[in-house]
Ligand binder design. Structure first.
Ligand code: A2P
Length: 284
């Protein structure tokens, strides 16, 4: 299996990325990204609403690795939806990252003037500020509401995805247009019922791997881009060691059978857009 995935716009993305959600700014994010790059991650996933774009930018710059060898994703926050605000929001991300371009830029949440914000992403792509554009947290229903209004198809939809919530309905829709799923919470956000599930631990033992590696390899073999989180240096490195073993067809079927069809986050819950907007302010 290739360590890179080709997107529907022709760009290539490393299949495993390092996410920095909830890692504090002013030190910890910088250290975590430096460490991840040393451990050979070449894909970093941040967002305006993570408040640590500047630390990511400094860590990438200080790594000595050429910028074009590192795939950087950021995301536009809800406060900046609508065309004008989104155009400024994209520039604010580039300025905080101190970069000329980002490899992938997403609409972080699907509420408000999504179509206007998307148009700004399309124009920023045409201007060379963004290489690929995508969305996040779109359920099948939300996808079918907004995406038909777009001129350009998203390259990715970053959603909650793990063996207990395999997003089968959404994947069937996205597969038709070769839109890739990026999994946030690919390890179930540390859910011990998942990480100690007997089906997973038995497969892990057979391959001499840990449970997290089996889960991530399963997702990769399903064609999903994964963004695992860990604060443990050994697991950070191990979560990239996924390309030297393979799950059999029977093992894949066993893992597919763990799907419950339900996740921890419901993007269609009433009032969620307002709640998110009230709780995260990326500027005054
Ligand atoms: P830790 O930081 O101690 O490694 P997700 O990526 O789905 O949000 O899940 C993150 C959680 O999964 C964290 O609690 C992390 O704990 C744990 N984790 C990360 N990698 C592994 C692994 N390879 N095996 C088991 N647990 C892991």
């Amino acid at each position: 299996m290739d360590t890179m995935v080709t997107l529907n716009d022709g760009n290539r993305i490393p299949a495993v990325g390092f996410g920095v959600f909830r890692i504090p700014a002013d030190g910890p994010t910088y250290e975590a990204v430096r460490h991840a790059l040393q451990a050979d991650y070449r894909h970093i996933d941040t967002a305006a609403a993570y408040f640590n774009e500047a630390d990511v930018g400094r860590a990438v710059a200080d790594s000595g690795i050429p910028r074009e060898e590192i795939f950087v994703t950021s995301k536009l926050w809800l406060q900046d939806y609508g065309y004008e605000a989104a155009s400024k929001g994209i520039d604010a991300s580039l300025s905080k990252l101190d970069m000329d371009y980002v490899d992938l830029y997403l609409l972080h949440q699907p509420y408000g003037d999504v179509a206007g914000a998307w148009k700004a992403l399309e124009d920023a792509k045409a201007a060379g500020k963004i290489k690929s554009i995508g969305v996040s947290n779109m359920t099948p229903r939300i996808w079918n509401t907004f995406v038909p209004q777009f001129d350009t198809l998203p390259a990715v939809n970053q959603v909650e995805c793990n063996p207990f919530f395999q997003q089968k309905e959404l994947r069937a829709i996205l597969d038709k247009d070769n839109v890739k799923i990026e999994a946030w919470g690919p390890l179930g956000q540390g859910n011990s019922a998942l990480l100690t599930h007997p089906v997973i631990t038995a497969i892990a033992e057979k391959h001499g791997r840990n449970a997290g590696q089996v889960i991530l390899r399963f997702e990769l073999q399903e064609g999903i881009i994964v963004l695992p989180k860990s604060t443990n240096p050994e697991r950070i490195a191990g979560n990239l060691q996924l390309f030297d073993f393979e799950l059999s067809g029977a093992e894949m079927d066993q893992l597919r059978a763990l799907d419950t069809g339900k996740g921890s986050h419901d993007p269609e819950a009433p009032g969620i857009g307002e709640m998110l907007l009230a709780n995260y302010k990326v500027h005054d």
